[in-house]
Design a protein around this ligand. Structure first.
Ligand code: NAG
Ligand code: NAG
Ligand code: NAG
Length: 448
């Protein structure tokens, strides 16, 4: 009976810490139970009271909430119920306590909402207070999966916020400026990651490929080029600076011809110390041994390469990998692949050679990518191997050629710089930009 009583008291405390509303009777009930508590678990009670004193702080706690571990008793994992017979036959107060508090401890983790979106697990009341929408339960029913969806003219302080077009999920075809103000949730947020779950606005004008009608603009953070067109599935990092800084503003300008635009941008706030923060100076950041990188508005069928781009794409060096190689992604539309078409007249099925370097007749002086000391894979290593930095043209190759190659680099960290100027016509026509697949190369004796 007594044990049950304590159990009930703890359940109440958890509910309370989680922000559930307690009536005056409940409050009384709680304090009566608490008065009985000290003899049984004084050390733990201190923790509980810390939480009750500042229930709103629960939202900011992610670690270090396990009560002090008694040394005299062998600990059992609260997660190991299924493989610990002893645990279920003889449940101790300690283990019950732990399993209850593990619920609170997981309070603010990411959760999958029934809507299909990613939410944050919060107490129901806190979700409403923060302007979110509850979408299914989490934390064993103690919380709700709270989804934050905002649109034009609004302000957000929340991690994992979705910025959608007005009229979402329907399209928007009006003209105007739709702005979202993003404040850091904490001063220790250093970056924002923008995931373009949906991104379809007007493309660039067709002469010089400048985003002069519709555009997506980021201001208040590190400089980011304006982009336009279709960018679903792509992403962007914005450096928000350390400490309290002015907010970052995301703006969709729609001034082109009528067109069913839609966007849904997920904004994640990235702590300065987190292990998933992008390396400094990277506007795009990829992880994993293999992957694909694409320029904005890339589409081999009809997406025009954007002018005025100037940014770095970084690939995290995975453990025990020392080099990286790139090949063009398959082009399902054109016989003559346009998955690398940066300069020259790649109209129709025109063959345009690769061009390399910054001086000479086949050099890159308008639009290019830089892969530091890039060389073709499979070349017999010469005594003095040559490599290049800039590559452009209509064929991907580190040497002048009309045959695409696999290009590798062992310069660390793994980065590509992408630059385009503000002119296309008449020398550059129909260029699409690039889609490259990368594969990191394991360290060997000769390459390290
Ligand atoms: C939810 O998060 C996962 C992992 O970050 C991501 O792959 C997925 O696309 C997200 N879903 C939505 C609807 O944003
Ligand atoms: C912020 O949101 C992202 C994406 O939903 C999630 O992976 C991350 O854990 C969240 N960060 C914090 C500190 O809650
Ligand atoms: C590709 O080549 C085939 C056969 O020569 C031709 O029928 C087709 O129209 C070409 N496709 C394009 C996009 O030019």
């Amino acid at each position: 009976m007594h044990r049950l009583g304590l159990f009930a008291a703890l359940a109440l405390l958890v509910a309370c810490a989680a922000g559930a509303s307690l009536g005056p009777g409940d409050q009384h009930h709680r304090s009566k139970k608490m008065m009985r508590g000290p003899k049984r678990g004084l050390k733990h009670k201190v923790n509980v009271d810390d939480y009750l004193a500042a229930p709103s702080n629960v939202a900011n706690q992610h670690v270090s909430f396990l009560p002090p571990q008694p040394v005299q008793r062998k600990q059992r994992s609260p997660y190991a119920k299924h493989n610990s017979v002893e645990h279920s036959v003889n449940p101790t107060r300690q283990s019950r306590f732990l399993s209850l508090f593990s619920v609170v401890r997981f309070e603010n983790l990411e959760c999958g909402a029934v809507s299909g979106d990613n939410g944050t697990c919060l107490a129901a009341r806190e979700c409403i207070e923060r302007g979110g929408v509850a979408s299914g339960p989490c934390a064993g029913g103690f919380g709700v999966c709270c989804v934050f969806i905002v649109t034009c003219g609004q302000t957000t302080y929340q991690n994992s916020t979705y910025f959608v077009n007005s009229g979402y999920p329907g399209p928007y075809d009006g003209t105007g400026s739709c702005q979202l103000t993003v404040h850091k949730r904490h001063p220790d947020i250093c970056q924002l990651r923008l995931d373009f779950d949906q991104f379809m606005i007007g493309g660039p004008e067709i002469i010089n490929h400048v985003c002069s009608n519709d555009q997506f603009i980021v201001s208040g953070g590190s400089p980011v080029p304006a982009i336009c067109g279709t960018n679903t599935g792509n992403h962007m990092y914005v450096d928000a600076g350390a400490g309290y800084t002015s907010p970052v503003t995301l703006t969709f300008v729609t001034s082109g011809p009528a067109f069913p635009r839609n966007w849904k941008v997920r904004i994640s706030q990235i702590p300065c110390q987190s292990n998933y923060k992008a390396e400094d100076g990277c506007m795009q950041y990829h992880t994993g041994v293999t992957g694909q990188i694409r320029s904005f508005n890339y589409d081999s069928g009809m997406g025009l390469q954007l002018s005025n781009q100037d940014y770095s794409i970084c690939i995290r060096m995975e453990r025990n990998f020392c080099g990286i190689q790139y090949t063009t992604a398959p082009d399902p539309v054109n016989n003559r692949s346009r998955s690398f078409s940066l300069s020259g007249q790649t109209t129709g099925q025109n063959q345009v050679t690769s061009m390399v370097g910054s001086v000479g007749p086949n050099s890159c002086n308008g639009d290019w990518i830089i892969i530091p000391c890039a060389a073709n894979a499979g070349r017999a290593p010469s005594i003095e191997p040559t490599c290049t930095d800039r590559i452009c043209g209509g064929t991907f190759n580190s040497e002048v050629s009309t045959v695409p190659a696999t290009v590798f680099s062992t310069v660390k960290p793994f980065r590509i710089i992408y630059h385009t100027n503000n002119v296309e016509f008449p020398n550059d026509q129909s260029n699409r930009g690039f889609a490259l697949n990368y594969v990191q190369q394991p360290c060997t004796n000769v390459m390290n």
